[in-house]
Design a binder for this molecule. Structure first.
Ligand code: NAP
Length: 236
């Protein structure tokens, strides 16, 4: 029997890397999308290089998938960027990059693959963020992109549920990945202060394990403790 096929964005690092490793291990083939090419040492992994901050590249990449990978049954929109600090310290270019990678790219990719996913009775999982759920300082623009992403997928489920499409939003809180390398804060070393990327990959597997006919529309993941280390603030 051939392996089911998933398209995953942001496979080169952190959460996307853990999700892809878990899918490959559990019998999926994965088409990964991001700028750098990861090495999964698996013949079931295929890479498409794409800068998701460039809408034309996203449209081209979407067309390649819909023309070539017609068996796709799962789309995981995971890639994202976050720039944090007082809102006045973020440049328009930074705001544009966050909006295009976090919100516009998933909208384009989803639109281009929707017919195929409907026909295959497939599934979409979006990695949003807990910041979409609760207001907090120093991440207003990032949170706005993630709140938009969550709302888009919650609405899309209402629009497409009668066609059998399952749509899930996973909202992880702080997760130990390179995501915060330039941020003015990071989770402390305490192991209860952050999720691991593997926890989010486990949540994806739990969503996939649900019986046909019941849809997990939302998953919220939070660390046991909130323990942040502060770092010097830089303008972006
Ligand atoms: P990460 O380790 O920094 O990985 C980000 C991934 O996104 C990389 O694979 C990167 O690939 C890709 N990406 C970034 N910009 C891109 C671009 N312009 N074009 C194509 N791909 C791009 O971060 P992570 O923590 O795993 O984050 C994954 C998702 O989880 C993001 O959507 C993030 O918002 C969300 N999230 C993270 C946390 C957290 O605390 N870490 C919490 C909640 C939600 P390339 O650089 O190779 O292009």
């Amino acid at each position: 029997m051939s392996r089911p096929l998933a398209v995953v964005t942001g496979t080169s690092s952190g959460i996307g890397k853990a999700i892809t490793t878990s899918l490959l291990t559990s019998g999926w083939s994965v088409v990964g999308i991001c700028r750098s090419t990861p090495d999964f040492e698996s013949s079931s992994y295929t890479h498409l290089t794409c800068d998701l901050s460039n809408p034309d590249e996203v449209a081209d990449c979407t067309k390649i998938i819909s023309d070539t990978y017609k068996d796709t049954t799962l789309l995981i929109n995971n890639a994202g960027v976050g720039y944090f600090g007082p809102h006045e310290t973020l440049s328009p270019k930074t705001l544009q990059e966050m909006t295009q990678v976090n919100l516009l790219a998933p909208l384009i990719l989803t639109q281009g693959l929707l017919r195929l996913l409907r026909e295959n009775r497939g599934q979409i999982i979006a990695i949003s963020s807990f910041s979409a759920e609760e207001a907090s300082s120093f991440g207003a623009a990032y949170a706005a992109t993630k709140a938009g992403l969550s709302h888009f997928y919650e609405s899309l489920f209402e629009e497409t549920r009668k066609h059998g499409l399952r749509v899930t939003t996973i909202t992880p809180d702080i997760t130990r990945t390179p995501f915060y390398s330039d941020a003015p804060f990071a989770p402390s070393d305490n192991e209860h202060a952050a999720l691991t990327p593997e926890c989010v990959a486990q949540a994806v597997q739990n969503v996939l394990a649900m019986r046909d006919g019941t849809v997990t529309t939302k998953v919220v993941l939070r660390p046991q403790r909130i323990l942040l280390d502060k770092r010097p603030m830089t303008s972006r």
